[in-house]
Design a protein around this ligand. Sequence first.
Ligand code: ADP
Length: 161
Amino acid sequence: MGMIGFYAGSFDPFTNGHLAIVKKTVKCFDKVIIGIGKNSGKKARIDKNKMKKAIEETLKTEKIENAEVIIYNGLTAKVAKEMGAEILIRGLRNGTDYQYEETIAEINDEYSKFDTCYFRAGNLGYLSSSMVMELYNAGESVEKFVPKAVATVLENLRKKE
Ligand code: ADP
């Protein structure tokens, strides 16, 4: 089956920064599972099923065939193991991300012997889901920062407000 990587996140919403990480990871792993999880420190903003569909559409547009999207609850390492993954994937934007990620990575290593592979954000390191939502809430266009299918989800959300 090959090496499976598990890329967990809130993806609330999934941004071009997340997409850049996915594009790098699919070249390194046989399969990448994008897991839409719950960050206990953050309140979810967008319907997870809609985000899942939008990410799936984005993968199709980008012709990425070895990635899939799941929604999960509970411990990331436990779910990753159930899915047959061998490594956890996270993106790093800066030193703050690194410090935050290291505590989680260390716990995952201690708890379940899961190692974490970091991928560099590079020139999209300024992008965050919360920045996108800040612009969105201010009525600004976020098209430049998210894949088209995600922009559509956000537009539809606005129409309902
Ligand atoms: P979480 O709430 O679990 O941190 P996020 O959806 O905010 O989930 O981010 C998921 C992962 O993607 C994290 O490892 C985060 O550091 C990384 N990430 C977020 N934005 C970017 C970006 N612009 N470039 C690269 N990695 C990113």
